[in-house]
Design a protein around this ligand. Structure first.
Ligand SMILES: [Zn+2]
Ligand SMILES: [Zn+2]
Length: 335
C-alpha cells in the first residue's frame, strides 16, 4: 500500500533506510540533552519516526502537486496547484502538531495556563488564507527567478549530505526572521502584527492567527529569504533538488505551529529531514532553554525573542526566558 502511495519517492527506499538509521542514532543525544526528564527514549524515537515519516508523506504529496503545477499551460491552473500543495502543508502539519502537543504529549504541562483557542471555523479560515498566500508566493518566485536559478530545475539528487549542509540555513533564517519580525514590532507596521499578539499564551491553534499582510511579511518573506541561500549554495554544488522546496514548506510549517504550543518539552524538528538538528538550535539558546520556550517568551513579553532558534537573539541581547520557565527548570532538576 505504502509503496503504491510513494512510488517515486525521491529518497529511494535504500536512501530512506539510511535516513531512518542515521536519524535514529542521532536522535539519542537529542533526547538525552533536551528531554530525558520529560519522555522515555522509546517514546522519543517512536514520535520522531512517526513525525518524520508523516512529514515525508506530506512532502511527497506537495512535490506531486508542485510538479502538476509546472505541467500546466495556464497560469491560473499553475496557481491552483501551488495553492493545493500549500493546503496539504497547512492542514497536514497543523493537525499533526496539534495532535503531538495536545494528545500524544498531553501529560506534559504548559509553561503557564493557556488562553482559549479561537473557534474552529476561524482556524480553518486562517489556514486557507495562509495556503493562498503561500501558493501565490511560490508562483511569484517561479515568475521572477532567472532560468539558472529556477527552483523547479534540479541539479542533483536529494541526499543526507545536502540536508546536513542546509542546517546552516537555520542560522540565516534566524537572523532573517529577527529582521522582518523586528520591523513589524518596532515601527508603523505594528498594527499588522498586533492581532497575532492578542494571545499572550498561545497554543498550536491560536498561534495560527495572522492578518494577511502580517503573514506575507513574517512568513512569506522569511520563506523567500530562506530559499534564496538554499538555491545559491546547493545549486552550484550540484545538490539542489526541488524536493528541498517541499521539505522547507512542510517542516517549516510544522515548526511554526509547534513553537506556539507553550510546552517546552515537545520535540520540534525543523530543517528538512533531520529531526535531531533541533539540538543545534537548542544548544545555541542556552543549555536551559529551547526554541519552543523562546517563542513562548516572545508572546509573553513581546519585546524580546524575535528570532526562531536563539542564535540571533543571543547575539543581539534580546533573549528573555518565558513565564513559568523557572518552575519548569526546577521541576526538571528535581526529577
Ligand atoms: Zn511577534
Ligand atoms: Zn507567534
Amino acid at each position: 500500500m505504502l509503496r503504491e502511495l510513494l512510488p517515486e519517492l525521491y529518497l529511494g527506499w535504500d536512501n530512506l533506510l539510511l535516513f531512518a538509521a542515521l536519524n535514529t542514532i542521532l536522535q539519542v543525544p537529542t533526547w538525552y540533552f533536551l528531554r530525558k526528564q520529560a519522555t522515555s527514549l522509546l517514546s522519543e524515537i517512536i514520535n520522531m519516526h512517526i513525525t518524520w515519516f508523516g512529514c515525508l508523506f506530506l512532502c511527497e504529496l506537495v512535490e506531486r502537486s508542485n510538479r502538476k503545477a509546472n505541467e500546466q499551460a495556464t497560469h491560473l491552473h499553475r496557481v491552483g496547484f501551488y495553492i493545493m500543495s500549500q493546503l496539504i502543508i497547512h492542514f497536514g502539519t497543523v493537525s499533526w502538531a496539534w495532535f503531538t502537543s495536545e494528545v500524544r504529549y498531553s501529560h506534559l504541562p504548559h509553561l503557564s495556563k493557556r488562553q482559549k483557542n479561537p473557534p474552529l471555523f476561524k482556524t480553518i479560515a486562517y489556514l486557507i488564507m495562509g495556503s493562498i498566500l503561500d501558493g501565490l508566493t511560490i508562483y511569484v518566485m517561479w515568475r521572477i527567478s532567472p532560468d539558472k536559478y529556477d527552483i523547479h530545475v534540479n541539479t542533483g539528487p536529494f541526499t543526507y549530505l545536502s540536508q546536513v549542509i542546509s542546517i546552516g540555513a537555520l542560522v540565516i533564517t534566524d537572523f532573517n526572521f529577527l529582521f522582518w519580525h523586528g520591523l513589524l514590532l518596532h515601527g508603523p507596521l505594528w498594527f499588522l502584527h498586533k492581532h497575532h499578539h492578542s494571545n499572550y499564551r498561545p497554543t498550536c491553534i491560536s498561534g495560527r492567527v495572522f492578518d494577511p499582510l502580517d503573514y506575507i511579511i513574517e512568513v512569506d518573506f522569511t520563506f523567500i529569504a530562506l530559499l534564496v541561500p538554499f538555491v545559491l549554495i546547493l545549486k552550484p554544488l550540484g545538490l539542489w533538488n526541488s524536493y528541498v522546496l517541499s521539505c522547507v514548506g512542510v517542516f517549516g510549517m510544522y515548526f511554526s505551529t509547534i513553537h506556539h504550543s507553550g510546552k517546552a518539552d515537545v520535540p520540534a524538528p525543523f530543517p528538512g529531514m533531520l529531526p535531531w538538528s533541533e539540538l543545534v538550535s537548542s544548544l545555541a539558546v542556552s543549555e536551559d532553554a529551547n526554541a519552543l520556550a523562546l517563542h513562548e517568551g516572545h508572546h509573553n513579553w513581546i519585546s524580546c525573542n524575535y528570532g526562531l532558534f536563539g542564535f540571533a537573539d543571543r547575539l543581539c541581547g534580546t533573549f528573555k526566558h518565558a513565564k513559568g520557565w523557572e518552575n519548569h527548570r526546577d521541576k526538571n532538576k528535581k526529577a
